[in-house]
Design a protein around this ligand. Structure first.
Ligand code: C2E
Ligand code: CA
Ligand code: CA
Length: 453
């Protein structure tokens, strides 16, 4: 019976209600792959057709289409969706307009039809560039529409003589219209479903906040004697239907919709409440908690006063609270960053730099900022024993941190050999599955009792 219910909950989790943002990405990926294949097939088909008629200029254009189809295909497979989208839309626009002008000038027998593809292209742009800046998203869509109107209202053609014979164009224009309209309806349908799904996730997250469906897990951080010195606080979503949802599946969406601000505040408040509960406990009184702070959350003008108000309200020692910032955050707006960090550090709050080594922060950034901890990203720890680059990076980061008077913590330590390498090179703080996965509060308390008593 338990096996059946476990199976049912897996099916439910993965098929009935998988992560909506991920579904959207997969769908977009499939559509891009499909479009690039259509570009390839059409390019080859028309290339052969025009080669047989000796129209080499047009064959050249078809070859460009084939090359771009291949480019989009490869970029999509290699997970470069942005470049794939830019190439796809740039090429499609040029090809559609070029074909409409050169091969498809309207005649008395058959109207122009190729420009109809600009309509699905406009809707496609609204979807493909959803995460981009507004000018790009709406700019591509608006340009497609302007070109559509221009081509629909003018019979102009820059060169003549390449147009297909009227008998072919009469059938062709019906087919083109049917295909373009089919594509338009399909894309509109997907756009509408996608928007609804996204807002459903948004509504779900709002409900989660209101009904306190979030829970905090604590991943122990240990010193070289195996004593727990603190923990990283990691959020999870206890979803009524889907079970425990990891942050990777909703933090991004929360960032994009601004919900990360109330969620992040909730995490900080709970963390302060936890530190308050431990305050006078001989075993837990020295445990520090590290909280992940998102970019949007940190940018809030009231961030500093919010944190200080929480510390005050809970009467906790500020140095027990560590705020984890990522490199992406620190390369932007150094002035605001330094001002806010300094204001908090003056009150004894600590800062750590998360995922260190993966971003683009420079040494001068490091020097300027009042950081107390560097966290070596787990991607370097993962292959520190086998990859010479990772080895060199890890050694350098440890030496760098030490020379700047910072604590260096390695995250993602999974094996005893990795831990040994790290201690041999002077790293004295560890976090990772070797010691423990992130734990719910009771399990974390038991872990501390086992290690620190
Ligand atoms: P992060 O800040 O890099 O957190 C560390 C992640 O590495 C955690 O994943 C943790 O479970 C995982 N991890 C720790 N040790 C090991 C190990 O030995 N091996 C492997 N493979 N993984 C390990 P988690 O909990 O899924 O969190 C993922 C990300 O979600 C975090 O990455 C953080 O960026 C974000 N996140 C989590 N909680 C919060 C939060 O309260 N606020 C914000 N803004 N972001 C959060
Ligand atoms: Ca972190
Ligand atoms: Ca990290």
């Amino acid at each position: 019976m338990t096996a059946i219910s476990a199976f049912y909950s897996r099916v439910r989790k993965h098929w009935l209600s998988p992560d909506l943002a991920v579904i959207g990405q997969r769908r977009e990926r499939r559509m891009r792959l499909l479009t690039s294949l259509v570009m390839l097939v059409l390019g080859v088909f028309w290339g052969v057709f025009f080669a047989s008629r000796g129209l080499w200029n047009i064959v050249l254009m078809d070859l460009v289409l084939v090359a771009c189809g291949l480019g989009v295909f490869v970029l999509t497979l290699r997970n470069h969706p942005r470049s794939a989208n830019l190439l796809l839309f740039g090429v499609l626009m040029v090809v559609i307009v070029g074909t409409a002008l050169v091969l498809d000038p309207p005649s008395a027998a058959a109207p122009r039809a190729t420009h109809l593809y600009l309509l699905p292209l406009a809707v496609g742009a609204l979807m493909a560039f959803r995460e981009e800046r507004l000018w790009l998203r709406y700019g591509v869509a608006a340009l497609s529409l302007v070109l559509f109107v221009g081509l629909a209202s003018s019979p102009w053609s820059p060169v003549t003589g390449y147009g297909l014979p009227d008998e072919v164009r009469v059938i062709g224009s019906w087919m083109q219209a049917a295909v373009a309209m089919g594509m338009l309806f399909m894309l509109l349908y997907i756009l509408q479903t996608d928007t609804a799904e996204r807002s459903e996730l948004y509504r779900d997250l709002q409900t989660a906040l209101r009904e306190e469906q979030f829970v905090l897990y604590y991943q122990p951080q240990l010193d070289s004697h195996g004593k727990v010195t603190g923990a990283e606080v990691l959020i999870r979503w206890q979803h009524p239907q889907r079970g425990l949802v990891p942050p990777g599946e909703f933090i991004d969406h929360a960032e994009k919709t601004g919900l990360i601000i109330p969620i992040g505040h909730w995490v900080l408040k709970q963390t302060c409440a936890q530190l308050q509960a431990w305050k006078d406990d001989p075993l837990f009184g020295d445990i520090g908690l590290a909280v992940n702070i998102s970019q949007n959350q940190f940018r809030q003008p009231t961030f500093v006063s919010d944190v200080l108000a929480l510390i005050e309200a809970h009467g906790i020692a500020p140095h027990h609270l560590e705020l984890e910032l990522t490199e992406t955050l620190i390369v932007q707006d150094m002035e605001d960053l330094t001002r806010k960090m300094t204001a908090l550090v003056e009150r004894d709050v600590r800062f750590s730099l998360d995922d260190f080594g993966t971003g683009f922060s420079s040494l001068s950034h490091l020097k300027q900022l009042p950081l107390s901890t560097l966290k070596i990203d787990r991607s370097f720890i993962f292959d520190v024993l086998t990859d010479t680059n990772s080895k060199a990076i890890v050694r350098t980061v440890i030496a760098l941190g030490q020379s700047m008077g910072m604590t260096v913590i390695a995250e993602g330590v999974e094996t005893a050999a990795q831990r040994q390498f790290l201690s041999d090179n002077g790293c004295s703080r560890f976090q990772g599955y070797l010691f423990s996965k992130p734990l719910p509060l009771e399990a974390f308390s038991a872990f501390v009792e086992r290690h620190n008593a």
